[in-house]
Design a protein around this ligand. Structure first.
Ligand code: IPM
Ligand code: MN
Length: 330
């Protein structure tokens, strides 16, 4: 049976890297029935549409969504982020943003092998807040952080399950409990309570600022990290930098309850400056597609894809040359 996958190539290098990812999925023997969706900056500038409700409803009917990147320089900040990416995360209840960081075996920083479980529907991203007296000298802008017991607990439980399935069975909570005494308290209490059910998982806690130091100085200390939405956003860019660069940083926006499709995307953006030059590294898109295959039950194919990325670590050249090499190694 072919898996039904909605494809949002998007803008800039998005369609280029997505094409390579699909090439590798097919080479790994996974059958997909794909539908292309024209969404992103180009469509917005042409029609004013960001994510029409009818399109969102169609996307719900798929097994997964594979996204390249969205964003063009002429679109004001927030339009596509809130209107497209976050709207999908919230509407499809993609409550875990899973980001793996693993340096290739040929790289100098061998030994880096951790995953960040980023809460993906709450925190400062929830959009609580607003302006008072906008544009005046007495202006007030507030932006709250929304943390629900349900939202925190389901994310923390996912992270414990993930850690339990790994060799090291180690989970670090990252927050800022010394300053964010309300949200941090809820996170820490929830973490401690869930930990009591996972006696086999070793736990640790780091403040987010300290975690930035540890991640640079000794990233191999981490196995699985669980953290809030905004901390996770920042920490995963750092993770990409320490694990061989943004060209390999992949992500899975998961609805673990499987009440709808999950969405898979490279962490890098649309890179309009190199679009069309063939210089985009498709590895992050390929790894994201491998995560998709795993989530769709194609564990063997997913492992072959990841192994192929690793084996072709030293291949340089154009986007399609790298994609061909990975596909050939599957
Ligand atoms: C990411 C991105 C997004 C985020 C933006 C584009 C909304 O930075 O996926 O990390 O902040 O989550
Ligand atoms: Mn980010």
């Amino acid at each position: 049976m072919a898996h039904r996958v909605g494809i949002i190539g998007g803008d800039g290098i998005g369609p280029e890297v997505t094409a390579e990812a699909l090439k590798v999925v097919r080479a790994a023997g996974v059958r997909l029935d794909t539908t292309d969706y024209d969404l992103g900056g180009r469509r917005y500038l042409a029609t004013g549409d960001v994510l029409p409700d009818a399109v969102l409803d169609e996307l719900r009917g798929h097994d997964a969504i594979l996204l390249g990147a969205v964003g063009t320089p002429d679109v004001p900040p927030g339009v596509l982020e809130r209107g497209l990416l976050l709207k999908m995360r919230f509407a499809l209840d993609l409550y875990v943003n899973l980001r793996p960081f693993k340096a290739g075996t040929n790289r100098y920083n061998d030994g880096v092998d951790f995953l960040v479980v980023r809460e993906n529907t709450e925190g400062t991203y929830a959009g609580e807040g607003g302006f008072l007296r906008h544009g005046t000298p007495n202006e007030i802008a507030t932006q709250g952080s929304v943390n629900t017991r349900l939202g925190v607990e389901r994310c923390v439980r996912y992270a414990f399950d993930l850690a339990r399935g790994r060799d090291r069975k180690h989970l670090t909570l990252v927050h800022k409990t010394n300053v964010l005494t309300f949200a941090g308290d809820l996170w820490q209490r929830t973490f401690n309570e869930v930990a009591a059910e996972y006696a086999d998982v070793e736990t640790a806690y780091n403040h987010v600022d300290a975690a930035c130091i540890y991640m640079v100085e000794n990233p191999a200390r981490y196995d699985v990290i669980v953290t809030d939405n905004l901390f996770g956003d920042i920490l995963t860019d750092l993770g990409g930098a320490v694990a061989g660069g943004i060209g390999r940083a992949a992500s899975a926006n998961l609805n673990p309850a499987r009440t709808g499709p999950s969405l898979f995307e490279p962490v890098h953006g649309s890179a309009p400056d190199i679009a069309g030059t063939g210089r985009a590294d498709p590895r992050a898109a390929v790894i994201s597609a491998a995560m998709m295959c795993e989530f769709l039950g194609e564990a063997d194919a997913s492992a072959r894809m990841l192994n192929a990325v690793d084996k072709t670590d030293d291949v340089e050249g154009t986007t399609s040359r790298i994609g061909d090499a990975i596909a050939a190694a599957c």
